[in-house]
Ligand binder design. Sequence first.
Ligand SMILES: [Zn+2]
Length: 428
Amino acid sequence: MRAVPALLLRNVSLWTPVDEGSARAGRAQGELFHARRGALFCRDGVISAAGEEADVVRALGGRRGGGSAAVEELDCGGRCLIPGFVDPHTHLCFAGSREAEFLQRLQGAEYLQILERGGGILSTVRAVRAASIEELYTQTRERALTCLRHGTTRMEIKSGYGLDTRTELKQLEVIRKIGAETPLAVSATFLGAHAVPEEYRGDAEGYVELLVTEMIPAVRSSGLAVFCDVFCEAGVFTVEQSRRILAAGAAAGMAAKLHADEVHDTGGARLAAELGAVSADHLRAAAEENLRALAAAGVVGVVLPATTYSLRKTHAPARRMVELGLPVAIATDCNPGSSFTQSMPFVLGLAVLELGLSPAEALTAATLNAAYAMGAAERGGSLTAGKDADFILLDGETPGCLAYKAGVPPISGVYRRGIRVAGGEVRG
Ligand SMILES: [Zn+2]
């Protein structure tokens, strides 16, 4: 990434969750720091100071304009400044389309039925296996840049459409390249246990054996994944199989994430709590005692409202999770089957209007708690000195404008490490 001059944004209404070393839970999830007349100063891609404009300017003191690089100043005309969105659960790396399946679903076909017929995930697996690495990269890059235009500056991307060693590594290599060659900060998750591939139909145990003895060691040698994830669900992987896969992942240096209790309560959330996973995701069918166990274990609950919206299912009980003290994050779950959106503003709007989070709780869910849900809070998720200068300028009076102005994100600038990477011209 090219060198960044020092940048001072003045006259902003600055809103950010406060990072006190853990994800924000309960009442704290809805508490934001707000500077009515705020400013942010960054240098070399890192935030030096953020807060009330008078304090930031005073802290700058003689450093402004002095030294080797001049300071670029921008009067933002009172626009909102918020942290860049963090999207902690995506399946962005895929090929092919499942629009026809979407139309089938509109006519009443159930997701698990489609899966049993060899459709769903398995049709994407065939497309990803057939795609060259260049084709897969080009398609994934296009989607990633759309995320960026919608304010996402940091994201997790999962493998899981290869389901064989060679193709899973191909996906992980594409994901690495997205992080290296686009402005986005990217963390990779190995999701070889996304489904049982066709060649192991009826033999999930055999596939688990392959995962543990061949695929996970190969991923470890490649050094391409930070997390290991499992789709723990009735008809996919059992809790026992999930435990075995995640143990092998942990032994290979990959922290656990889990697709837990999306359709049925099979004990996935309980397993995530037992393992101290980084996150437990979906959770719409999780029992309340297991949500409490997640909270006690310090696991972040990731809810995926665009998925439940697209599948026309009841949403995860995010409001209740906040009441139970479970830190809630939100993510797009961008994938070709059940949630084809790259837009965190859309997901945030659903979180407010459908799940009953306040705009402040939803902003925390889309930034700081999302960063904790992907082990990246050291660098992102809040406007805190020392973190990457990743932020968004909004045309609105409060972060609530993201839910208020539905469908057309009121984003006038997206910055990653202090560089404007998307958004229109800002005039004072
Ligand atoms: Zn997922």
